[in-house]
Design a protein around this ligand. Sequence first.
Ligand code: ADP
Length: 266
Amino acid sequence: VRVTFTPIHRRGEGVSGTIAVLQDVTEQEKLEQARREFVANVSHELRTPLTTIKSYLEALDDGAMDDHQLATRFLGVTRSETERMIRLVTDLLHLSRLDSKQAIIAKESTVVSEMLEEVADRFSFQLQQRRIRIVIRIEQGISRIMLDRDKIDQVLDNLVSNAIKYTADEGTIHILARPVDKDLLQISVQDTGIGIPKKDLERIFERFYRVDKARSRNMGGTGLGLSIAREIIKAHGGAISLESEFGQGTKVVFTLPVQAEESEAI
Ligand code: ADP
């Protein structure tokens, strides 16, 4: 707590009183600390691919260019590092728009089952390759909901992509949509993957927080997916949470409010 005293002067009377202001600076300091950490993280995350690109370009310059096979491989690396930077900057832009409330939430009427089936379709190639099964279940009650389709797709894509990334071959992913009550839809994505240790659980929605940085990077992750998902769900008036048993699997659950006139029984 910061305390500041300001004397009150009255003409001819000298100091007649004091105003004391008590200010809670812990919250302010925490924010400042988080901001500093964020900038350090962004710089580091951008510096890593840039350093890699630089060294591969130097190697090409130093003669690797004459070896066609080697040159092709090196160019492949610089391209994938560039793509990673683009993903990172795109994610940062999304976050900054959501933070500054500039992101426009354009809701449209959406059929829940169609939306979920389309998510699974987008990943069908990866799922087939890894022989991972997706099971979608829709409980009766809410078939349609108003939501920003692009943004909720982004949330779902992130959750399913994480589920695939952190699940061994031949695992199963369950997507379940069920009404919690008549004006709240709950959607969950559950996997049979590696899970998240207890100590990491409460920080997992923080920006750039990863259980295993090297692993996440190798998988092409930016460490921002869950933070973006949380902001998008918040902007819809919902909530998101994560349960996980290390070695058993992970379940991410989010809710979306339904306005009365938009809900429609199946
Ligand atoms: P990333 O781009 O690294 O996947 P996210 O914000 O999406 O970033 O996730 C943060 C971290 O949470 C991941 O690096 C990973 O350690 C952990 N995580 C997220 N989803 C899962 C999951 N389904 N199973 C296990 N770990 C997960």
